[in-house]
Design a binder for this molecule. Structure first.
Ligand code: DPP
Ligand code: ZN
Length: 873
């Protein structure tokens, strides 16, 4: 039933050398003429089978001759021709209806028929909705595109590559031609047509090419594209300097849309962005928004080499481009900002989405073995765990060999569709390393559990470290192999300094080492060690594992005070908070770990030398989704209460006076600047506000309401509104109403208003979300809106979504049925919010399971059916 398997891969029977596409564009009727210059791969005759969906055939010719009905077979998903010359030109003429395309895959309309514009999304399998084609990434062709449309309605006509002429036609129509000299798979095809404003800037590459950079957006939005342009220029420079990658066309275009299934798309020379990841200005965008824009502009740009110049042989290799590009994006963001903070954020994301995915019914390897709906594999595992694998490999090689390996990868595979094996072979060739053991990481799902126990033998002056690894079973993979785990570590002395480390038989090394641990268990012995206080393991999160180092509260508090590795310092605070959480959840009358956590943070709180952003993160316990992982079975209300107890205890320990004073001091320094130091201070300012609200609610809420009203920029306005809502303050509702008025006309900002209400920890949030679905600005057709209101409710508001009466489940169940009829990709993504049903306590489990079973009995899209089937197991 449509299951595709990696093991079944066969090279394409037919290649496309060149393709000529002609579009006569219209909102509800677009005509597509395609001329495919075909070449058979083998000597034996083979039928040509092209993919096609939702297309209306008008004409079909081979080498200029019309085919009779008997000479081809056309059905819902394919076009088949048996007898063809080994080299020939196939011409098809198709009609499509962009306005009716609510799935937002293929050619579709963004906005209204009157004012909106046309655009495409082809990854993974959207091109087949535009014309009949071998819709697979290992068929690379040179594209020539001719666009024709009414000049008034569609003044801007864009496609991939370089401009190749334009002119006037009869009846107020015009044409624009584009040629992309770089052969590409069809998933990288794009066109855009409509009334769009632009900004532009010249850029000269390191190898001397003059490039015109342009960003296009509708109307007012263009005024908010300057930061994206700035980020683009920095990303282009960085890629030249770090990887020797120069841009390779005369123009680079980015277009913003409000109607998009993904964050953004790296179409060759014509990136298309979800507006929420492109627009930024202080009035509408928070510091987090700026960081996202910078990262995603860079991500899509970096795909030009990792994804486009070297693409993927098949969709099983998706992480070859995504994991690698996320890693490059993370490196870039770390270089632009604070590397420690970036690492902390990356690990937070990994833990609260990928670890959860890896532990549930949708777990799959970074390189899956099979799929029935590829759209469902744009996952945290493929992206974020994939990036961790690349990070481990880069760390194993070291900076110089990593760069040589990447050079070799580009040299060997430029213009090709590659595999993970080829990637590892090219990287390893740089210094003769065999990286093939890392293939196990790509093939094996599940998060490895690493247990470490250290012991000091004073008589021998020897520190022994015993390691064990174990990966729990995942669906379809009952037995797991040991994986190569790089363990970066230091032994800290009583003063917190790293001791010199000598592994038996090795020369003296400085204070940090990376152990390669690749068996089920092993013992490492460090010689000539004097009085180690504690081992600091997995520094910088050197591998995506769950570490159990067996440390008690006292050792964690020591690390929190003294560890010089910023990541592990934060990690010590997290581990300590986890111990405190476990104690609170168990209902112990006194939780000593909670006291230790609070006391140690109270000691750090006044330290002026601490980076305020790091301090803000130290003061924040792991988020509820992450903590909930340790609850078996999960009672979301109890988990929420336990986490609240942590926050409350910390606020009380720090005290109203200290929090009020720190808040006031930071507020005085606040000028709304966008530099890193100002952003770091704001992070602490807003963390202080949250804690202060818990101990002096009336004064703090009054301050928050005032700051909300007078806020010079969005970071502050949003933080104050969120704080008022979280505290349940009476000023919350008036501020919410004000926010809705101010930003009514701006979709990206209004989404924040939906998000805040979806996340409000109230007993009537279900009813509020239901009411908001009837709000005139809400639409099930818009993926950003669905995500803002429904995804946030279901994924990031555990107590409200899991209300004991099951009302949250029924709300999502009913919405899913409606969304699926419009946009299967969006429905399937929302449905993943239901994946953890089996971990719930029995009453909720029964209710959620019943919702899932009702959904599975309905007729749904292949995307949604795939998620439901795997979720129910
Ligand atoms: N546009 C998505 C991304 O860049 C899929 N390629 O990750
Ligand atoms: Zn990507």
């Amino acid at each position: 039933n449509g299951v595709v398997r990696l093991a079944d891969y066969v090279a394409p029977a037919w290649r496309v050398d060149e393709v000529e596409l002609e579009f006569d564009l219209g909102i509800s009727v677009t005509q597509v003429r395609a001329r495919l210059h075909l070449r058979r791969s083998g000597v034996t005759p083979q039928a040509l089978v092209l993919d096609g969906a939702g297309l209306q055939l008008q004409a079909i010719r081979v080498d200029g001759r019309e085919l009779a009905d008997t000479q081809y077979t056309l059905d819902e998903t394919s076009l088949r021709i048996e007898q063809l010359p080994a080299v020939c030109v196939l011409e098809t003429l198709a009609l499509i209806d962009p306005a009716a395309n609510s799935a937002l895959s293929g050619l579709y309309l963004s906005g209204s028929a009157e004012h909106g514009f046309l655009l495409t999304q082809c990854e993974a399998e959207g091109f087949r909705r535009i014309t009949w084609y071998p819709d697979r990434p290992d068929v690379l062709a040179k594209f020539h595109v001719l666009l024709r449309a009414d000049r008034q309605r569609f003044p801007v006509l864009l496609a991939n590559g370089n401009p190749a002429g334009s002119g006037e036609l009869e009846d107020g129509r015009h044409w624009v031609a584009w040629v992309d000299p770089h052969p590409k798979p069809c998933y990288l095809f794009a066109l855009v047509a409509g009334r769009l404003e632009k900004i532009e800037q010249e850029y000269r590459t390191a190898d001397g090419r003059a490039v015109m950079l342009r960003i296009f957006a509708e109307g007012d939005a263009i005024a908010r594209c300057g930061y994206a342009m700035d980020a683009l220029v920095r990303a282009m420079r960085w890629d030249e300097q770090q990887y020797g990658c120069n841009y390779d066309l005369d123009v680079f275009h980015i277009v913003a849309t409000h109607d998009f299934n993904m964050g953004a798309m790296e179409n060759k020379g014509l990136n298309i962005f979800n507006a929420k990841y492109l627009l930024a200005d202080p009035q509408h965008s928070s510091d987090d928004d700026y960081a996202h824009v910078e990262a995603i502009v860079a991500h899509e740009y970096f795909h030009n080499w990792t994804g486009n110049r070297v693409t993927c042989r098949d969709w099983f290799q998706l992480s070859l481009k995504e994991g690698l590009t996320v890693y490059r994006e993370q490196q870039f963001s770390a270089d632009m900002n604070s590397a420690t903070l970036k690492r902390i954020e990356d690990v937070q994301i990994l833990r609260r989405s990928q670890f959860i995915e890896d532990a549930g019914p949708l777990a799959h390897p970074v390189r899956p073995e099979q799929y029935s709906a590829i759209d469902n594999f744009y996952t945290a595992t493929v992206y974020d765990k994939g990036a961790e694998l690349v990070r481990m490999i880069a760390g194993r090689l070291g900076a110089a060999a990593w760069r040589r390996g990447m050079d070799e990868y580009f040299l060997r595979h430029d213009g090709e569709a590659a595999t993970v094996e080829q990637f590892l072979a090219a990287l390893g060739s740089a210094d003769g390393s065999d990286l093939s053991p890392y293939l196990r990481w790509y093939a094996q799902a599940g998060t490895p559990q690493l247990q470490a126990r250290g012991e000091y033998d004073a008589a021998q002056r020897c520190y022994r470290l015993d390691l064990q690894q174990h990966t729990p079973a995942t669906p379809g993979q009952p037995h797991k192999q040991a994986l190569p785990i790089p363990l970066r570590l230091a032994l800290l002395g009583d003063d917190g300094k790293a001791l010199p480390l000598r592994l038996h038989d090795s020369a003296d090394a400085p204070g940090e080492r990376v152990l390669e641990f690749d068996s089920d268990r092993a013992r490492f012995e460090f010689q000539d060690i004097d009085a180690p206080r504690v081992a600091s393991l997995l520094r910088g999160f050197s591998a995506p594992v769950r570490l159990d180092a067996g440390l008690g509260a006292a050792d964690l508090a020591f690390l929190l005070r003294f560890e010089s590795d910023g990541f592990n310092r934060w990690e010590a605070a997290q581990q300590l908070a986890r111990l405190a959480f476990a104690g609170c959840l168990a209902g112990a009358p006194v939780v000593p770990e909670l006291g230790t956590w609070c006391d140690t943070l109270a000691e750090l709180f006044p330290q002026a030398a601490l980076d305020p952003a790091l301090l803000a993160e130290l003061l924040t316990p792991p988020e509820l989704n992450d903590l909930a992982q340790s609850c078996d079975p999960l009672d979301p209300a109890a988990a929420h209460t336990a986490r609240e107890a942590l926050e409350q205890a910390l606020a009380q320990r720090l005290g109203a006076n200290a929090l009020r004073a720190r808040h006031a001091q930071l507020l005085q320094a606040e000028r709304g600047d966008l530099d890193g130091a100002a952003r770091a201070r704001r992070r602490l300012l807003n963390r202080c506000l949250r804690l202060w609200l818990r101990v002096e609610p009336i004064a703090a809420a009054a301050m928050a309401a005032q700051r909300y009203a007078e806020a010079p920029a969005m970071t502050e306005r949003l933080a104050c509104l969120a704080a008022l809502l979280a505290a349940g303050a009476e000023q919350a509702q008036p501020a919410l109403d004000d926010f809705a008025c101010r930003y009514d006309a701006d979709p990206v900002t209004l989404d924040k208003w939906f998000v805040l209400q979806a996340q409000a920890p109230r007993s009537d949030t279900v009813e509020r979300v239901a009411a908001l679905m009837a709000h005139p600005r809400f639409s099930l057709r818009n993926p950003n809106r669905v995500s803002a209101l429904l995804q946030n409710f279901a994924v990031r508001n555990l107590p409200a979504f899991h209300r004991p009466d099951g009302a949250g489940y029924v709300l999502i169940e009913q919405a899913l049925a409606q969304i699926d009829a419009l946009n299967p990709t969006t429905a399937a993504r929302l449905a993943t919010a239901l994946k953890d049903w089996a971990r719930l306590e029995p009453a909720r489990r029964r209710l959620l399971q019943a919702s899932l079973q009702r959904l599975v009995r309905r007729d749904s899209s292949q995307d949604l059916a795939d998620i439901l089937r795997r979720t129910l197991g």
